[in-house]
Design a protein around this ligand. Structure first.
Ligand code: KMH
Ligand code: ZN
Length: 276
């Protein structure tokens, strides 16, 4: 099996500092967090940013500062969110792509998200995808429900996009596809030949999904965005703690841990671009 690429979803947009006091918020804290994550085995840093009140924001300047800090501190692939928070307007979600990050997410369908709605009508998804192609940004398709795989493939054809296909399968968001045991094999069975994939389980399902993913040959996403607790009643102390656990599971299963360089090769990424 391929070496395991670990993505850290370190910040998120739907959780508060009150619920997870160890959340990295400032560029300095993000750089420290990223360095710890890299040492623990992460390759990709999935980035949301916060404002001076630790509220989620899609401010381009905040993304610029956060990305610069992480890229100075580490060799990690910085992956911008284009999902933002469920309350973010369309233009705000697109704006940080002007910084031409190495990689960014692309959710290919609308889905209930707790009490909110993660709004992704096809014209908006196409707009984000087109902007990513114009800026040379590698997309990671975020799949919260099965139909999103079909939409990703449909849009790829429509836009005549030509890049390696990488999917992140997100199970267990309330209102989206639950982390049923047969969900992951079903989704993976519908991915196109040659695609790579990672998966994450939200909340309680997190560990079971990580173990199943490692066994199936996929890659793993972890981090505060997806899981707040290390064990029942025990808050995770850092993103690195969550990564160390995944890396230990992988080694036990005979999988090596990918470096950012290996991950870049697997995904077909060009060398890290400068911040414009
Ligand atoms: N905050 C969620 C509504 C992404 O980063 O691309 C969406 C999200 C997905 O976090
Ligand atoms: Zn996210």
């Amino acid at each position: 099996m391929e070496p395991l690429v670990i993505t850290v979803a370190a910040v998120g947009a739907e959780l508060t500092l009150g619920r997870q006091p160890n959340l990295p918020v400032t560029p300095e804290a993000l750089a420290r967090d990223a360095a710890e994550c890299a040492a623990a085995g992460a390759s990709i840093y999935h980035l949301h940013v916060r404002d001076e009140n630790a509220e989620p924001t899609m401010s381009v300047e905040r993304f610029r500062a956060a990305r610069a800090a992480i890229e100075v501190a580490t060799d990690l692939i910085v992956q911008f969110t284009t999902g933002g928070a469920v309350t973010d307007p369309e233009d705000a979600r697109l704006a940080p792509l002007d910084l031409a990050p190495e990689m960014a997410t692309l959710t290919t369908g609308t889905v209930n998200f707790g009490d909110g709605v993660f709004f992704n009508p096809v014209p908006l998804v196409a707009r984000i995808y087109r902007r990513q192609m114009e800026r040379g940004v590698f997309p990671e398709y975020e799949i919260f429900d099965a139909g999103m795989i079909a939409t990703a493939l449909h849009l790829r054809r429509e836009l005549d996009a030509d890049h390696h296909m990488h999917f992140d399968l997100v199970l267990g968001v309330p209102g989206a596809l639950p982390a049923w045991e047969d969900a992951l094999p079903f989704l993976v069975g519908h991915l196109p030949p040659g695609a790579t994939w990672s998966a994450t389980g939200i909340g309680r399902s997190h560990l079971a999904v990580a173990e199943q993913t490692i066994a199936l040959g996929g890659h793993v996403r972890t981090g505060f965005e997806d899981v707040l607790y290390f064990a029942p009643g025990e808050l995770a102390t850092s993103n690195a703690q969550l990564i160390e656990r995944v890396a230990a599971l992988a080694r036990r299963a005979g999988r090596e841990i990918a470096t950012p360089g290996t991950a870049r090769e697997m995904l077909g990424l060009r060398p890290r671009p400068a911040i414009p």
